[in-house]
Design a protein around this ligand. Sequence first.
Ligand SMILES: Nc1ncnc2c1ncn2[C@@H]1O[C@H](COP(=O)(O)OP(=O)(O)OP(=O)(O)O)[C@@H](O)[C@H]1O
Ligand SMILES: [Mg+2]
Length: 304
Amino acid sequence: MGFESIASAIPPPGHSLILLNFSDKIKDMARVIAVCNQKGGVGKTTTSVNLGAYLATLGRRVLLVDFDPQANASSALGHDRSKETYSVYHGFLGEAAPEEIVRPTQLFNFHLMPSSPHLAGALIELVSVPEREYFLRKFLNSVRHKYDYILIDLPPSLSLLTVNGLVAADEVLIPVQAEYYSLEGLGQLLETIELVKNNLRHPLKIAGAVITMYDRREHLSREISKNLRRHFPHHVFDVEIPRVIALAEAPSFSKPIILYRPDSPGAFAYRRLAEELVDQEKESLDEQKTLSTPRFGNFNIMVE
Ligand SMILES: Nc1ncnc2c1ncn2[C@@H]1O[C@H](COP(=O)(O)OP(=O)(O)OP(=O)(O)O)[C@@H](O)[C@H]1O
Ligand SMILES: [Mg+2]
């Protein structure tokens, strides 16, 4: 779905809201973070799975919601789709409550709400559902108080699924691959976030961008990191997630990196990212740089 069509999927400003009083109630509840970038293969799922795992090892109660019909996060955490278990799609159909869908993972305090390919069909059905942008937010309502963090792994699109994920979230974490084209489209993503904020009056914050698949030996990687840090109008996490084979291999063993190669550079990086995110807890909500997102076009990348 292109930008224009998603823009038209978001109602105009002033759209009546059933959830306006919601934000006051959620402050003591989970910090809900959508892991979002409409670009494919930038490390959204790898980040959701491994960040979630390290947040859990730092003592936080974590739920990972797989809201992508590809269900990569579900399989990376060993969810067996062939078994007759509920997925978030059953929740969409009204056939299962969140508590019935959530499954434990191999890590203490790290739970998964699995996805299934049927979720792609929900996208079409959602179009005719009243308050279609709010399905996921309302659905997660009954489990928000059970967790410190709820991470939502979103698909590579700016579809209604993505809008549902953004509306369900308090914050957005944007993985940015250290690759030439990955900075293109960031402006479009920020404009979509603005549309959700303004037209749905949803106080969505940007937790920050994290650079993924970084190779410090590559000039291009270093340039992209430098450029993002210089021009991105929001926080960029200090840690750069390195491009390492162990992070790509871990899902085939149905394990997060902490259970596959805990002493590897990829593991250290995701631990560091979890620590940086936990450090943000100390910042007051008011201090966060979320008041407005300036118009932000594509980056001009100067590769020297
Ligand atoms: N830091 C990394 N080092 C090496 N390989 C990585 C790294 N991060 C991700 N990968 C690999 O790159 C591919 C894409 O990563 P991932 O699935 O996390 O991206 P995604 O943004 O979720 O993709 P999609 O848009 O399809 O959902 C996967 O094969 C993954 O194992
Ligand atoms: Mg993914």
